[in-house]
Structure formats: structure tokens, C-alpha cells
Design a protein around this ligand. Structure first.
Ligand SMILES: [Zn+2]
Ligand SMILES: [Zn+2]
Length: 328
């Protein structure tokens, strides 16, 4: 592995972050690499068979393609200078993603940039392998850096849970408003914390058939099963983080939007296998606001329940239930 940190200077916000923190982070990276050499990856079990069920790659709109599995989204944005890959699914998804990319007529090796909507294993566990195979540069929000560089052994719900996926080397650090640029595509990063500390969504404009579409690749504000809003020592302001995310998402007005899981954007209602390309298929401006409001209502319900339980019993809230480390 090599250190490629100074390439972060290409990006304004990330560049300033690096100027301030490069020494500390270089030390962190060296420590992580030392750990990587010693620790064994113990993957979490895959509890949802739809995560590993193959699904054909297809074009969403313009240069945006879905190349993931039946439920785990992976998005390919193609350009003349190579491609951007967002999310990998679980580790076993890599071969399916590669096949989907090749079936669509693109080269897997042309992936130049790797990023993710959030650093849970069902979205990033294959990215380390893809990084090794392609040499692509990686971009993560600053709050996801400690998570991905330790292979998931930094989770606000489960401190020191162990290395659950191949650690990912981070080349470029993102903050709210950062951009990722390749071959004329400019993705804008939107920090949408809560589900994880450094979850993000991406927006860009796509020209297609004489129309310009505002496209959003979203991370929805779903609440993890084991998050307790009354007692979350690893992320004390998790409730405020969700509130910030919903405020941001309500202010967004995408024409076309997709998200981290198929179930989050009704993929299988909007599209059947074999359907022809139709840029209108995922055109759903009203559905976006309906879904954001639905997730916010679920969040408010959980928040009220957790606070009520904490206040009512007088004792500490019950320990967080065990789950598979994931709440979508
Ligand atoms: Zn997920
Ligand atoms: Zn998740």
C-alpha cells in the first residue's frame, strides 16, 4: 500500500482539511496498515438473501448505471476518463458487479474513483478488493475514514467490534459540499449523518434527450435497530444528526433519485428485468418528498419511544439489541 494523501489538495474543502490534519492522519494510516497486516477479517453473516441475489445491470439515466445486486445498490457513473463507482454491496457482490459492468459494455478496470453512501458492510465490504483490482482512488467523508480504514472496527453502536471487511485505504477526504470530479462529471457531496456519522448523498445534473435532470443518489435516514436515542455514548448527538439530515433532504428537489438499497427507492416496483431504458422510469420528484417524510416520521417515533422509555423507568434504557450490524 502507498500513501497518496496529498492528492486531496485537488479539492477545496478536502484540501484545507489535509493541510490541517495530514500529519495526524498519516500517522493514523501507518498505524492502520500495521494493524491490517496482523488482523484477520471476520465478515458479518449475510442475513438477507436478496443482498447476494444477482440482478442485471441497467441504465438509470444518461451516464448513471445500476450495477449492484437485487437489493444492494452499486452505481457506476461513466465518463470518457474512466468511471466512478458508488458502493460495492457485501464482499461476495464484487464478481456480480464486475459482470454487470462488463455486460453493459464497460471495463471494470476503468473504475478510477470509488466512494460509498455509508460505511456499513453491506455497502463497502467489497470496496477494498475493488481498490486492489483497479487501483482506483477512494473518497470518503471525514467521519467515515476511521470506519473504513479499520474494516468496520469503529462503529458508534459497537466500539471495537472487530474487522468485518477488508480495510479500505482513503485517498481523499470529503466534507459537506465537497465535489468529486472526473471526465466532466462533478458530483456534489451532501453530508447526511445519523445512520452512520459520515453518511452522504450525491447530486449531479444529467443531460439526456434535450432535458437536464437533477439526479440524486441518496442515503436515506433510516434508523438502525440498535440505535438508542436516549443512550448512545458512541454518538451522543445522533438525534440531532438525523434532524439535520431530514432538514437537508427536505430542501432537495431531485427529478430522478435512487438510493443505497433497492427497497429505499422502490426499484422493483419501478423496473422489471428486461425493461428497456427509459430516463423517465426513475423520475419521481413527489416520491422523494414522500419517502423523506416517511423516514422522518419513523425517526420521530423511535426518538419518542426511546426518550419515553428512558424517562419512565428511571433506570438506564435497556441495552441495545443485537443485530447484524445493519439497519439498512
Ligand atoms: Zn444497508
Ligand atoms: Zn447501513
Amino acid at each position: 500500500m502507498t500513501l497518496r494523501f496529498f492528492q486531496g489538495e485537488r479539492f477545496g474543502l478536502a484540501g484545507r482539511f489535509w493541510q490541517a490534519g495530514v500529519a495526524g492522519l498519516a500517522f493514523l494510516a501507518l498505524s492502520v496498515q500495521a494493524v491490517v497486516a496482523q488482523v484477520q477479517v471476520t465478515p458479518l453473516p449475510v442475513t438477507n438473501e436478496e443482498w447476494e441475489q444477482p440482478y442485471e445491470g441497467f441504465r438509470v439515466v444518461g451516464n448513471l448505471y445500476h450495477v449492484g445486486t437485487y437489493d444492494l445498490s452499486a452505481f457506476l457513473i461513466t465518463t470518457d476518463e474512466g468511471h466512478i463507482l458508488i458502493n460495492s454491496g457485501v464482499a461476495s457482490s464484487v464478481a456480480m458487479i464486475r459482470q454487470n459492468i462488463e455486460d453493459l459494455g464497460f471495463n471494470f478496470e476503468d473504475i478510477k474513483i470509488i466512494t460509498a453512501t455509508h460505511a456499513h458492510h453491506d455497502h463497502v465490504a467489497g470496496l477494498g478488493e475493488i481498490q486492489d483490482l483497479t487501483g482506483a482512488e477512494t473518497y470518503f467523508h471525514e467521519f467515515e475514514v476511521p470506519v473504513v480504514t479499520t474494516g468496520g472496527n469503529d462503529d458508534y453502536r459497537y466500539p471495537n467490534r472487530g474487522v468485518i471487511y477488508e480495510p479500505i485505504e482513503v485517498d481523499h477526504v470529503l466534507t459537506d459540499g465537497s465535489t468529486i470530479e472526473l471526465g466532466g462529471v462533478v458530483l456534489t457531496v451532501h453530508h447526511h449523518p445519523g445512520h452512520t456519522r459520515g453518511a452522504v448523498s450525491f447530486t449531479y445534473d444529467v443531460e439526456e434527450g434535450g432535458e437536464t435532470y437533477h439526479v440524486l443518489i441518496a442515503n436515506m435516514g433510516s434508523v438502525n435497530q440498535s440505535t438508542n436515542f436516549a443512550n448512545m455514548p458512541g454518538f451522543p448527538d445522533v438525534a440531532e444528526a438525523y434532524a439535520k439530515t431530514f432538514a437537508s433532504q427536505k430542501a432537495m428537489n431531485p427529478d430522478i433519485w435512487v438510493a443505497s438499497h433497492a427497497g429505499h427507492f422502490a426499484l422493483h416496483e419501478k423496473r422489471q428485468p428486461g425493461d428497456a431504458y427509459d430516463p423517465q422510469r426513475f423520475y419521481d420528484p413527489e416520491g422523494w418528498h414522500e419517502e423523506v417524510n416517511r423516514y422522518e416520521a419513523l425517526y420521530l417515533e423511535r426518538l419518542a419511544a426511546d426518550m419515553s422509555a428512558a424517562a419512565g423507568g428511571g433506570a438506564s434504557p435497556a441495552p441495545a439489541p443485537a443485530d447484524d450490524g445493519h439497519g439498512h
